[in-house]
Ligand binder design. Structure first.
Ligand code: ADP
Length: 627
């Protein structure tokens, strides 16, 4: 049979393995044992739904054998096995989920990083072997096939003889070099310790022939080598071990392997419950969004085990959307092994577990915020928007649960603060929490309103993400304090006397504003003088429920629906020289007053970051003043 070439991407990964100078080549064994265990899982899972297969859990095992003379190491399983086509597609085209996507995003990163930080899968065998042979026979089939490759040149798939179903991977271990003693992978002691180190929790027995020296029977000082078959792994799932038995770094290694992260999580959560619901959970809060989080392929969920046996890879109902970035697993004996997805969805136990986990996650996040603010902020910068969506979603149903987790940048120290922190330092007579919206902290600082409010010594929260204002509107009140957008039309900090003054001025100016409004058409609902602005001539305020930021956000959404418009008021600083100028024009030159209205309105739009409706006209008007 002709030799086939590997697919381009696989070839790249393979080259990386063959030429690897990675120091922890030993992880290849963990990878192959995991594959064997997964294959057994698949068959076992199938047998749960089909008793006619006549398989029992105790039938399954993984074997490790060595042959020092032939320099071979063999890993055999009695799992699902592969057909010729499956050998071809599974082993000929490996675009390994985690590592490859990561690699593409970070071309510059060292190969070594990728190997160390992810599980690298089947090809890792080529770090220690110069030839790999895979014999496989699917369960229930009577024909077997052999996949074979010496690496770079490609691979062959040919029919072969194989007695039992399952897969046997044979590694032809490389010759030792000055730097690398590959022969160690033929040594049973070494293999035993590797299995204990990396694969102890594998749920099927890993059986090996172990030779030990024993006293000869009837003798006091004569020893003989006795070879016995032993199960090397303890088979206790890592999450069932007590805190004393398993260290945090082991839990983290498990996370990186199983859930494909290259960084440590910010928090490992171990939870246990006994009583109305019984479960054991091991959850991880990541430092950053999972690599495909924002793609449509992303599925939230936790692995669900029933007494140590995987029954569902991604159980979405165990996590609310806003904690969708959490990964991990739940093991509960309350579920029968062959419960269907359909049944699970309506399962009361499952709902109770989900509720309890949700609380646990929230509490851990609060703890993290208290114990290690820096770490929490890092987490929040990466994933805080999820929590804000959570506050806003389902009509604000989860706001009480989530609002303590929010952080916003504040004008006080330009640092992230919680709502509780903001409220705790509010002057007694301050009734409301002030915020302003904009693209960035700097841009908000440039808003005319911001200057005036800061001048009064008030703290402002900077809302720079699209979702922010929606979240605050959903919260409505925090500790009895309302929220006030300093960009809103009804926002006013002036004294009664000042209010009276400006009201009078506006009434006197009605005629003038009427002419200016005529020039602006539908653009603005109202024109008025204001005393809120310090040095800036104009600003826009929204009148009504839809704010300017909301208009921007809605219209940027690809909904295709009709565009919405905030109703706007053009506000002119009554203390600015421009006020006197327009009053004079009202008396002397009404046409020019109209031009001024257009210029001032356009300027206000620019300051707010709204599009200029007619740039040519605006340019001409400004030029008219310049020449
Ligand atoms: P991963 O296990 O992450 O999918 P691998 O490179 O380790 O990636 O393996 C590629 C695929 O080959 C697996 O997804 C699986 O379908 C198949 N495979 C590997 N080893 C075995 C095995 N021992 N038995 C059955 N299928 C296997």
């Amino acid at each position: 049979m002709a030799t086939k070439k590997f697919k381009a991407e696989s070839q790249k990964l393979l080259d990386m393995m063959i030429n690897s100078i990675y120091t922890h080549k030993e992880i290849f064994l963990r990878e192959l044992i995991s594959n064997a265990s997964d294959a057994i899982d698949k068959l076992y899972y199938r047998s749960l739904g089909d008793s006619s297969l006549g398989l029992d859990r105790s039938d399954f095992s993984i074997r490790i054998d060595t042959d020092k003379d032939a320099r071979t190491l063999t890993i055999s399983d009695n799992g699902c096995g592969m057909t010729a086509e499956e050998l071809e597609t599974n082993l000929g085209t490996i675009a390994h989920s985690g590592s490859f996507n990561f690699k593409k995003d970070n071309e510059k990163k060292e190969d070594i990083d990728v190997i160390g930080q992810f599980g690298v899968g089947f090809y890792s065998a080529f770090m220690v072997a110069d030839k790999v042979t895979v014999d496989s026979k699917p369960y229930g089939s009577d024909s077997a096939n052999r996949w074979e490759s010496s690496g770079a040149d490609g691979y062959t798939v040919t029919p072969c003889e194989k007695e039992n179903y399952g897969t046997t991977v044979t590694l032809h271990i490389k010759e030792d070099t000055d730097d690398e003693k590959y022969g160690e992978y033929l040594d049973t002691y070494r293999l035993e310790s590797l299995i204990r180190k990396y694969s102890d929790y594998i749920r099927y027995p890993i059986i090996m022939k172990v030779t030990t020296s024993k006293l000869k029977e009837g003798s006091k000082d004569e020893y003989e080598d006795v070879t016995t078959e032993e199960t090397v792994n303890s088979m206790t799932p890592i999450w069932k071990k007590s805190d004393d038995e398993v260290k945090e770094d082991e839990l983290i290694r498990f996370y990186k392997d199983k859930f494909f992260d290259y960084e440590d999580p910010v928090r490992v959560i171990r939870a246990k419950a006994e009583g109305s619901v019984t479960y054991n959970a091991l959850l991880y809060i990541p430092k950053h969004a999972p690599f495909n989080y924002y793609s449509k392929n992303f599925e939230k969920g936790l692995q669900l085990y029933s007494n140590g046996v995987l029954i569902m890879e991604k159980c979405a109902d165990l996590l609310p959307d806003y904690f969708g970035f959490v990964s991990g697993l739940v093991d509960s004996e309350d579920f029968s092994l062959n419960i269907s997805r359909e049944m699970l969805q309506h399962d009361r136990q499952l709902k109770a577990i989900a509720k309890s986990l949700e609380k646990k996650i929230k509490n851990e996040l609060v703890k993290l915020m208290q114990d290690d603010r820096g770490k929490y902020e890092e987490f929040f910068k990466a994933l805080g928007s999820q929590i804000k969506y959570g506050v806003y979603s389902d009509y604000g149903m989860h706001k009480d649960m989530l609002s303590d987790l929010l952080l916003f940048c504040s004008s006080k120290e330009k640092k992230l603060v919680t709502l509780a922190e903001y409220v705790s330092r509010m002057p007694e007579d301050q009734k409301t929490i002030y915020y302003a919206c904009g693209e960035s902290v700097d841009k908000i600082d440039m808003l005319p309103q911001t200057e005036a409010v800061k001048e009064k010594g008030l703290e402002i929260l900077y809302l720079t993400e699209d979702i922010d204002e929606f979240a605050l509107k959903a919260i409505d009140k925090y500790n009895d304090k309302t929220f006030t957008n300093i960009g809103a039309g009804d926002f006013d900090l002036s004294t009664d006397e000042e209010k009276e003054q400006i009201k009078k001025l506006n009434e006197e100016s009605e005629g003038m504003f009427g002419i200016m409004k005529e020039a602006l058409g539908d653009g603005v609902k109202e024109i008025r003088f204001t005393n809120k602005l310090k040095n800036h001539p104009v600003c826009l305020a929204s009148v009504g429920e839809i704010t300017i930021e909301m208009e921007k956000v809605y219209n940027a959404m690809p909904s295709g629906g009709p565009k919405i418009k905030a109703e706007l008021a053009l506000e002119i600083n009554s203390n600015h020289p421009i006020a006197e100028r327009i009053k004079a024009l009202y008396l002397s030159d009404k046409d020019k007053l109209k031009d001024y209205a257009k210029i001032l309105y356009t300027q206000a739009r620019i300051i707010e970051g709204l599009p200029v409706e007619n740039p040519t006209e605006y340019g001409d008007l400004i030029c008219g003043l310049l020449v």
